[in-house]
Design a protein around this ligand. Structure first.
Ligand code: DOR
Ligand code: ZN
Ligand code: ZN
Length: 360
C-alpha cells in the first residue's frame, strides 16, 4: 500500500536567503516553522562580510522569530577581497560558534555578487586558513564571465565551473571542505556521484531543480517565479539530480536556496533571479521522494546529512507530513504590504498547481 504519512527528524536547510529588514521579518518565521536551523546566505544588502555584520544580521533574524521558536540561524561570511586569514582564525576559536562557512559568488553573477575575487582560488591566505581550521567553503558553482569578461552561455555555467574552476581549487587546497550549492545539472550529478565525499566534498539540491525543467520555466511566456540561478535546466538534468537523491548518498543534502524578492522586482521586465520556496520546500521534497519511491531516504537528505557536514547533530524533535493535496493561494506579505510570491503559487505559478504532501 502507498505510504500516506511520514515522520522524520526536523529538517535542516543548508542554504537559505533571509535578507534584511521587512523582507527578513516576513520570511524568517516561514523557514523557522519547518526547519530547526539553516545556513544563512550573506548576499544581503549590504552584504555580510565581517563578523560584526554577521552578529547584526543574526540579531535581526532572532528578533523576527515568534516567541516559542528555537530556530538556529547559522551565519556565513561573503568571500570578499577584504576577508583575511586572521578573521578565519578568529572564527575557529569562537566559543559561541557564529560563523559556519564562507560563501563564494562568481564574479559578475547574481544578486549582490560583485564583491568577490575574480576566481575563487585567488583568495589564497583565506582558503589556506580555512583548510587549517576546517571552515567550509560554500560555492555558487557557476562561471559567468570568461577571461575576457564576456558572458558565457548561462546554461553552461555549472559545467564550466566543474570542469575548470573546481579542479584547480581542489588541487590548490586539497584539504578544503567544499559544498557545491544548488546542484542543477546531469554533469553535476555525475560529478558528485564520482567525487562526493562525506565531510569533504558535499552538494545541496533545491526543490525547484528537482520538480521543474526548463520547459516549465518558460511555459506561458516567462515564469518569473522560476527565474533563478542556476537556471532550471533540461528534463535530463532534472532526472539526473532526482536519481542522485534517490541513491541516499551521505554527502547530498537539502538546501532550499529559498530566495525572496518583492513582487515589483519579480514581475518586472528585468525579473530578478531567485525562487522563493520556503512555504512549500519541505512538502515538495517529500513529494519528489514519494514519486521516486524512496521516502526511506528522505530523513537522511533533509535532516541528517546537512547538519553532519557542519559538525552538528540532527534534531531530536520530529515533524510529520501527510499525503494530502493543497494549494498555495496567498503570498507572504511584509509589514509594508509588499507581496512575496512563492513557487507553486496557484495563480502565478504554472497554473493551478497542486502540492501532494502537507505538514500534519
Ligand atoms: O537565483 C538566485 N537568487 N541565485 C543566487 O545565486 C542568488 C539568489 C538571491 O539571492 O536572490
Ligand atoms: Zn547561489
Ligand atoms: Zn542562494
Amino acid at each position: 500500500m502507498a505510504q500516506s504519512s511520514i515522520t522524520i527528524k526536523k529538517p535542516f536547510d543548508s542554504h537559505v536567503h533571509l535578507r534584511r529588514g521587512a523582507v527578513l521579518r516576513a520570511v524568517t518565521p516561514v523557514t523557522a516553522e519547518k526547519f530547526w536551523g539553516a545556513i544563512v546566505m550573506p548576499n544581503t544588502d549590504p552584504i555580510v562580510a565581517t563578523i560584526e555584520q554577521a552578529v547584526e544580521n543574526k540579531k535581526e533574524i532572532l528578533a523576527a522569530l515568534p516567541a516559542d521558536t528555537t530556530f538556529k540561524p547559522l551565519m556565513t561570511l561573503y568571500l570578499t577581497k577584504d576577508l583575511t586569514a586572521s578573521v578565519i582564525e578568529k572564527i575557529a576559536v569562537d566559543k559561541e560558534k557564529l560563523i559556519y562557512g564562507v560563501k563564494y559568488y562568481p564574479w559578475g553573477y547574481s544578486i549582490n555578487s560583485q564583491w568577490g575575487p575574480r576566481d575563487a582560488s585567488d583568495a589564497s591566505p583565506v582558503l589556506h586558513a580555512m583548510e587549517e581550521t576546517g571552515l567550509p567553503l560554500l560555492l555558487h558553482s557557476e562561471v559567468h564571465l570568461n577571461a575576457e569578461n564576456h558572458e558565457e552561455d548561462p546554461y553552461d555555467g555549472e559545467k564550466l565551473f566543474l570542469k575548470d574552476t573546481l579542479p584547480r581549487l581542489m588541487d590548490k587546497y586539497p584539504r578544503l571542505k567544499i559544498s557545491l550549492e544548488h546542484m542543477s545539472s546531469k554533469l553535476g550529478a555525475d560529478f558528485m556521484e564520482k567525487n562526493g565525499k562525506e565531510g569533504k566534498l558535499v552538494a545541496t539540491i533545491t526543490p525547484h531543480h528537482l520538480v521543474y525543467d526548463r520547459t516549465d520555466a518558460f511555459r506561458t511566456g516567462y515564469r518569473a517565479l522560476l527565474n533563478c540561478k542556476p537556471l532550471i535546466k533540461r528534463t535530463e538534468d532534472k532526472n539526473a539530480i532526482r536519481e542522485l537523491v534517490k541513491k541516499g548518498l551521505p554527502f547530498i543534502s537539502a538546501g532550499t536556496d529559498s530566495a525572496p524578492h518583492p513582487e515589483s522586482r519579480k514581475f518586472s521586465s528585468c525579473c530578478v533571479y531567485g525562487a522563493f520556496n520556503a512555504p512549500v520546500a519541505l512538502e515538495l521534497y517529500t513529494q519528489v521522494f514519494d514519486e521516486l519511491g524512496c521516502l526511506d531516504k528522505l530523513e537522511g537528505f533533509l535532516s541528517v546529512n546537512g547538519p553532519r557536514f557542519f559538525g552538528l547533530k540532527p534534531a531530536e524533535e520530529t515533524i510529520t507530513l501527510v499525503k494530502e493535496d493543497w494549494q498555495v493561494t496567498e503570498p507572504v506579505v511584509t509589514e509594508e504590504g509588499i507581496k512575496i510570491w512563492s513557487v507553486c503559487d496557484k495563480t502565478h505559478g504554472l497554473g493551478n498547481e497542486v502540492i501532494h504532501w502537507k505538514i500534519a
